[in-house]
Design a protein around this ligand. Sequence first.
Ligand code: ZN
Length: 135
Amino acid sequence: MSAQHPRPGITHDNRFFWEGLAQHKLLIQRCTSCHRLQHPPAPMCPGCHCFEMEAIEASGRGTVHSFVVAHHPPIPPFEYPNVIVLVELEEGTRLVSRLVGTPPDEVAIGMAVAVEFEQVADDFVLHRFRSAASR
Ligand SMILES: [Zn+2]
């Protein structure tokens, strides 16, 4: 039996994000006052200290801002080498995710990527990214 995927901590502030993923939507928190985007979700806007937040649906397109390749220690259920990317979304915020479909030695800063949705369990969907050139 394979290891269970670790679950995120669901809070009042980030629930919309995980519910969005379940519907294959990448939702990003936006301040209703100054329209600043922020991820991960938080209760307060760091720009104007407003507490009124909404969510916008991101296109899922972006570029690799930075990345690391995890080799050790291998932690089930993740596959190794595991390419962890910090994606700069075209909307202007960044998101940590996993890159699939590109060998680690071919991953490059600035590479165009697009989101995919992975059904990890019956009730749990995660985002991951793939090279936009390979689509
Ligand atoms: Zn604000």
